[in-house]
Design a protein around this ligand. Structure first.
Ligand SMILES: *Cc1c(COP(=O)(O)O)cnc(C)c1O
Length: 355
């Protein structure tokens, strides 16, 4: 079976060397490998104030805490469920703003029309499929209205705009290092924090509020352990290779499907990471038909994202016609670094047979 995504497994010998080191030191957590990974990631991404945590959802929850978000937050209904559920988990009400039908990111013009009040404390946009949001417009709107911005940048590892990491945007950007993401640590995540004081605070609250010998504030436990950090160090050494191999498959899909299927409009002026290849069918029934046909041929594709998050049973519904329509018709095709170009050819041929 060809999976829509499989975890990237780095050089095993290298990983075993780190495991040996962990066995010798008996240092399983609070250790030097997490520290090393934190340093190397910040360097690789070209950002400051990076804090490693246990996963991408915890990264979001820490971000809300650090920025004291409360009340209501403007967000997109077209994302992985964690962006919305993390808000609800913290007692913050998501206010859904529909997406732009081309970029599939939060629609800035619609956002500007939202009637703001003192209960709205922030914005949570998502760089969906690694396609950068219009960060300048979002920042201008946020600054004018005194709102905090948290970017869920789970899809945007290594994405750059004008040569600069997109992760430096917003008050905080968060990453997920889940096994199936572009860069992974098995489970893991990170925050990239603009303000130096908030960064110092983040380092404390992810470790029980501990600061050296004193306990300064209420904290939680969000530390990444050493085996995850070891995996991350190994994967990080191979990200150029991961990018290249993804790009070959992405470009093949793009070239052969662009004229026959609706695709998101990518910002090709930016440096993208080619993490996902979503296609949008003319109808849900066509999507179901193609998905079934692929499955009969041992190819698994994923309805990603489905359903539109404004329709979840635990949120207040707001009409988002674009997101609701797209989420019924969008399918993520298999794309991972272990895939050869000829496998993508097979996927393409099967899809074309059913169109
Ligand atoms: C993967 C993902 C998350 C959650 O990250 P975890 O590390 O699995 O907790 C959140 N938001 C988006 C957009 C994601 O793709």
């Amino acid at each position: 079976m060809l999976q829509v995504s499989t975890p990237y497994l780095p050089n095993k010998k290298k990983l075993l060397k780190y495991i040996d080191q962990i066995y010798k030191s008996k240092w399983l957590t609070n250790g030097p490998l997490a520290e090393e990974l934190e340093f190397k990631l910040a360097e690789h991404l070209g950002v400051k104030n990076l804090v490693l945590v246990t996963n991408g959802t915890v990264a979001l929850n820490l971000a809300y805490k650090l920025l004291e978000l409360k009340g209501r937050v403007l967000t997109t209904p077209f994302s992985y469920v964690a962006s919305t559920s993390s808000l609800c988990w913290d007692g913050i009400e998501p206010i859904f703003v529909d997406i732009n039908s081309k970029s599939l990111n939060l629609d800035i013009d619609l956002m500007k029309n939202v009637k703001l009040d003192e209960n709205i404390s922030g914005i949570l946009p998502v760089h969906v499929f690694g396609n950068p949001c219009d960060v300048d417009s979002i920042q201008a709107f946020a600054t004018n209205n005194n709102l905090k911005v948290v970017y869920d940048a789970s899809h945007a590892f290594d994405v750059k705009v004008h040569g600069e990491s997109i992760l430096a945007q917003g008050d905080i950007s968060t990453l997920s290092f889940h096994a199936t993401k572009f860069f992974h640590t098995i489970e893991g995540g990170a925050l990239i924090i603009k303000d130096d004081n908030i960064y110092e605070h983040a380092k404390k609250i992810k470790n029980f509020g501990i600061n050296g010998l004193s306990i300064d504030c209420v904290g939680t436990n969000a530390k990444m352990h050493e085996i995850s950090a070891a995996m991350g160090l190994c994967v990080l050494d191979e990200v150029e290779n991961i990018l290249e191999r993804r790009k070959i498959v992405f470009e093949n899909y793009w070239t052969r499907l662009n004229s026959v299927l609706q695709l998101p409009e990518y910002d090709f002026k930016s440096d993208l990471n080619y993490s996902y290849f979503p296609v949008i069918f003319e109808s849900e029934s066509k999507l179901v038909e193609v998905t079934r046909y692929l499955l009969e041929n041992n190819i698994s594709a994923r309805r990603y994202f489905y359903p539109s998050l404004n329709t979840l049973n635990y949120v207040k519904y707001a009409e988002c016609p674009v997101a609701e329509s797209v989420s019924k018709r969008v399918l993520a095709l298999p794309l991972h670094p272990d895939m050869d170009k000829n496998i993508s050819d097979k996927v393409i041929t099967l899809i074309l047979e059913k169109l």
